[in-house]
Design a protein around this ligand. Structure first.
Ligand code: URA
Length: 220
């Protein structure tokens, strides 16, 4: 059992204590939780009732992710914002509208043909950056989604997504547009659409990154 699994087991035990258990002679329940299913709908059911971190206390809805389960292209953002928390859908607020335009107008792919998910599946209060603990607790769910969908390319949207996906602290301004190995998958970091809303002059760089992604998708 690695450290993350131990941490999750401990959290599950605290949770069970909190809901009234005072004795447990079999910890299979917790182990099974770490044995995540190889099926997106089964995985969704588990994630929807997750209480492994404190974000579950303040969320309105879990934002599991959406799109084509056989997508060649997957986008990973940071975490749900207010509109996403209200609706349970990723990237549907202002940043989401920009992301949808990037996908449909530049890549010329329908939004429903890609898959969109986030590092954490519950909204961090006041849209703060997810903590290391929150990100690491949620990461097995994202890794399982990636494994099931098995995209050719993952686009990490923004510094937080890139850092938590890869563990690499290279500034996003230096690494954006580069192809980074993520197992057998190609990962390309680019600026987050929220950053583009605040810094429209950076759209040009993202446009170039998208052209590269488009080229790579055609080559594969
Ligand atoms: N920002 C993100 O990182 N993810 C969303 O789903 C929405 C906004």
């Amino acid at each position: 059992m690695n450290n993350l699994q131990r941490l999750q087991l401990l959290k599950n035990l605290y949770y069970l204590k909190w809901i009234g258990y005072d004795f447990l002679d079999n910890i299979k329940i917790e182990k099974n939780r770490l044995n995540l299913p190889n099926n997106l709908e089964e995985l969704r059911k588990i994630v929807m009732s997750c209480h492994l971190c404190r974000l579950s206390k303040t969320r309105k809805n879990v934002v599991f992710g959406e799109g084509n389960p056989n997508a060649d292209l997957m986008f990973v953002g940071e975490g749900p914002g207010a509109t996403e928390d209200e609706t349970g859908r990723p990237f549907v607020g202002r940043a989401g509208q920009l992301l949808t335009k990037m996908i449909e107008n530049v890549l010329e792919i329908k939004r429903e043909d890609v898959y969109i998910a986030n590092i954490v599946k519950c909204r961090p209060p006041n849209n703060r950056v997810p903590t290391e603990e929150e990100a690491q607790t949620c990461k097995p769910f994202l890794l399982k989604q990636i494994e099931i969908i098995s995209p050719k390319i993952i686009v990490a949207l923004g510094a937080t997504s890139y850092r938590y996906l890869t563990g690499d602290n290279t500034p996003i301004s230096r690494i954006r547009g580069e192809t980074v190995k993520f197992g057998k998958i190609v990962l390309i970091p680019t600026y987050h659409p929220s950053f583009l809303l605040r810094n429209p002059s950076k759209k040009k760089e993202v446009y170039l990154d998208l052209l590269k992604i488009k080229r790579l998708l055609c080559e594969e």
